[in-house]
Design a protein around this ligand. Structure first.
Ligand code: SF4
Length: 419
């Protein structure tokens, strides 16, 4: 019986020839990640356990992204704890204001994730790095503390769902539409503790930024991880970023899947998810005309260069509608610079959008765009849970950058093809 990609990576990390779904293993970690909210909790656990040393200062990443530049006294104090710990343990990959970006956009950009690696992060969207053929998953702060001390974590080897992609995406359709469509099909618990393994000839047509978006939201279907095969686009992305050796794994032809799903990319329409679940999806046409007060374009899901290009292509030469606040947040400093060099930032500002330094900000209702009572936002983020961006009466529609930008121009939910 063959193994899936995820199972092969986990077997290697545990030093085993093979593993079975459901097996408990202890795996060696290639990277342990935390942010300004989860790391202070992990540090407290680390200290409480009397731990004195991290296992490898080069294999820990601490990114101050959620509430930075600090929005209040509490967030400033949390960041101070991270700074002090990073200094004491000489953490190589510590990213503060000015260098930081939203963690799941920053780590791949910095070459900190590579195929075949095992990465845990005290943040649920750590699953993003599966786009590079890595096994990456979110853990709690206690696991982060143990991972920082030992370089090890235990896992239950997941069963897998094979998502076979065929065809090619049409105009104004992107990775966000693919993953929203899939979550709409299987539900927010449709992949509970399973790996979503993407395959098929449709993979080749997807850009890396689309693959990051898709893997980023694997957790929104309850998945343990999402993972793409490594191809020429992956190796081109890694070139110049990752100089260490890495291992490329392929699923065996006789790998066992708990479920197989086929998606014809050419049949997908721009898709949105209505409040209050990412699975509450509809083609944009069915929601068109719904008034919104705020547009957010950014986050670890859709704050990358391709996303900004798609949004700017629609906002260029147009104006944000009266009564709408459009907030654009490049996910990293490098993306910000690249967007500036391409003139995208000027496009946004001339259209009447506010452009922010990289931060999670409004994605979790932190700052830089918190909603008021009964307001509706359309957002390229990944969660539209009750109260995620403001009071419990506020509403979030999840969408792609193209749909968000088109809606910013009209002031109502809009199919980008109609602008
Ligand atoms: Fe989490 Fe949102 Fe930040 Fe992504 S952008 S890491 S989902 S808070």
């Amino acid at each position: 019986m063959g193994m899936t990609m995820t199972q092969k990576i986990l077997a290697k990390s545990a030093g085993l020839d093979r593993v079975e779904a459901g097996q408990l293993i202890e795996g060696k970690l290639d990277l342990v990640l935390g942010n300004d909210i989860t790391t202070p909790v992990a540090i407290k656990e680390f200290q409480k356990a009397g731990l004195k040393q991290v296992f490898d200062r080069d294999k820990i990443a601490i990114v101050l992204d959620h509430s930075t530049p600090c929005k209040d006294i509490k967030s400033a104090q949390l960041c101070a704890i991270c700074r002090e710990f990073s200094k004491e343990h000489r953490i190589t990959h510590f990213y503060d204001v000015g260098q930081m970006g939203v963690e799941h956009a920053l780590l791949p950009e910095k070459g900190l994730a590579a195929p075949g690696e095992v990465i845990i992060g005290a943040d649920s969207h750590t699953c993003t790095y599966g786009a590079l053929g890595a096994f990456s998953t979110g853990v709690g702060s206690t696991d982060m503390a143990a991972g920082m001390a030992t370089g090890l974590a235990w896992f239950k080897v997941p069963h897998a769902i094979q998502v076979k992609l065929t065809g090619q995406l049409g105009p104004y359709v992107s990775g966000k539409d693919v993953i929203l469509h899939l979550i709409g099909m299987i539900g927010v618990d449709g992949a509970l503790y399973q790996s979503l393994e993407f395959s098929g000839e449709g993979v080749a047509s997807l850009e890396m930024d689309d693959r990051f978006t898709i893997c980023n939201m694997a957790i929104e279907a309850g998945a343990k991880n999402g993972i793409f095969p490594v191809d020429g686009k992956t190796t081109a992305y890694l070139k110049g970023r990752v100089n260490r050796e890495y291992a490329v794994f392929q699923a065996d032809p006789d790998a066992v899947y708990a479920r197989q799903i086929e998606i014809d990319l050419s049949q997908l329409r721009p898709t949105v998810a209505l409040p209050h679940l990412p699975s509450n999806t509809k083609p944009v046409d069915e929601v068109a005309g719904k008034p919104i007060q705020q547009v957010v374009i950014g986050s670890c899901t859709n704050g990358r260069l391709k996303d900004l290009r798609e949004a700017a292509a629609i906002l260029r030469g147009r104006k944000v509608a009266d009564g709408v606040r459009c907030i654009v947040i490049p996910a990293t400093q490098q993306i910000y610079l690249d967007a500036m060099a391409e003139g995208l930032i000027a496009d946004f500002i001339q259209a009447g959008a506010a452009v922010s330094t990289p931060t999670c900000g409004p994605c979790l209702g932190g700052h830089m765009g918190v909603l008021s009572d009964n307001e509706w936002a359309i957002s390229t983020t990944n969660r539209n849970f009750v109260g995620r961006m403001g009071p419990t009466s506020s509403m979030i529609i999840l969408a792609s950058p193209a749909v968000a930008a088109a809606s910013a121009v009209t002031g109502v939910v809009t199919d980008p093809a109609a602008v």
